[in-house]
Design a protein around this ligand. Structure first.
Ligand code: NAI
Ligand code: MG
Length: 334
């Protein structure tokens, strides 16, 4: 049995988490869930969006599956997602986007994995007002050699291990010459250490256009925090939407798995949320725990439902069902 800390999260979090638990139970996945609180719900009920007990449990058990957490826009508390990623040095944010059978999309051959540096860039929380009157704001971006080497090696090694032929480093070193310039310089230094992998670098604005025009050209994409955040939502859109893409946050000792999407307040509590993104995150977790066979079995069941039982699926992918008819259909296939 693997102990896994489970944070069901805000908005659609509890619905998709419960669907995922149901599917993993049906598959006989050897997971012992340890519930913990975080996010807006925890803030409202306990007065703290990240209770110490939650941090302690993740530290002790090393692996967490996390639902989306609502972060107040503008003021309020700092993003708990960002805090957790920094606290446990979860420097690799791995976000695969792969075309799926039966999903309507202009693209059918997308198979890319975005590696997003997860602890630095513009997300370090160093923002301030200059002068009085809140008329001048500054945000600082940090890029270090160490963190860049970590994420770049992780991306190249992932490409080798998973049979991908190409790595693209995405940057804006023409304008942000120091911060993303350093990232690009290190990418160019490291690339020759992986002679079996084709390397190229792409400026982020061109990258956005290339991904929308010809996404099949990309395998592994590695980039800094903000660009990775934005491009991974774009990549989700290429394969049918945010309901379909999972992610892993991996550090030297700890790992946290979560969907790419947020708490989707517009559909929360309506059983409309697609649990696939959260489920795919849980499958990445099972692989991380050495339970690849179970993960593969669940993935096959999902593919069969998407192909054979589209009506059982959620509305975002054209289905007539809901979160739980879809989960039931996957359990039945299992
Ligand atoms: P969002 O990802 O929650 O929603 C964007 C759009 O995608 C919405 O129309 C939503 O209904 C749809 N969508 C998202 N997940 C879906 C699913 N599983 N099935 C069907 N449709 C789905 O992004 P938004 O609205 O910008 O952010 C809402 C909140 O989530 C904010 O408080 C934000 O800070 C937070 N957030 C949290 C993340 C995390 O916990 N890792 C990541 C991104 C946002
Ligand atoms: Mg995001």
């Amino acid at each position: 049995m693997h102990n896994v800390v489970l944070i069901s999260g805000d908005g659609i979090g509890p619905e998709i988490t419960s669907a995922v638990q149901q599917i993993l139970t049906a598959a006989g996945a050897p997971v012992n869930w340890i519930p913990a609180r975080a996010g807006m719900g925890a803030y409202k009920e306990l007065g703290n969006p990240l209770p110490e007990e939650t941090v302690r449990l993740i530290d002790e058990h090393k692996v967490a599956l996390k639902g989306p957490l609502e972060t107040p826009v503008g003021g309020g508390f700092r993003s708990i997602n960002v805090t957790l990623r920094q606290q446990f040095n979860l420097f690799s944010n791995i976000r695969p986007a792969k075309s799926l059978p039966g999903i309507h999309s202009p693209f059918t051959h997308v198979d890319m994995v975005i590696f997003r540096e997860n602890t630095q860039g513009l997300y370090i929380g160093q923002e301030r007002w200059v002068g009085s009157g809140e008329t001048h704001a500054e945000s600082i971006a940090v890029v270090t050699r160490k963190a860049s080497e970590n994420i770049l090696h992780a991306a190249f090694q992932y490409a080798q291990k998973h049979g991908f032929k190409k790595v693209a480093a995405v940057h804006k070193a023409n304008i942000l010459k120091l911060s993303t310039g350093l990232f690009l310089k290190i990418a160019r230094e490291i690339a020759p250490q992986y002679p079996d992998i084709q390397f190229r670098d792409v400026i982020v604005d061109n990258m956005a256009m290339q991904m929308v025009m010809r996404p099949e050209q990309f395998d592994v994409v590695v980039t800094t925090n903000l660009f990775g955040d934005i491009l991974s939502d774009l990549a989700s859109g290429l394969v049918g939407g945010l309901g379909l893409t999972g992610s892993a946050n991996i550090g030297p000792e700890h790992a946290m798995f979560e969907a790419v999407h947020g708490s989707a307040p517009d559909i929360a509590g309506q059983r409309k949320a697609n649990p696939t993104a959260m489920l795919f995150s849980a499958l990445m977790m099972l692989e991380h725990l050495g339970e690849k066979e179970t993960a593969d079995r669940i993935r096959r069941a999902v593919m069969e439902v998407l192909k054979d039982l589209p009506e059982a699926c959620t509305p975002d992918i054209g289905g007539k069902g809901d979160t739980f008819t879809y989960a039931d259909a996957i359990c039945l296939k299992l």
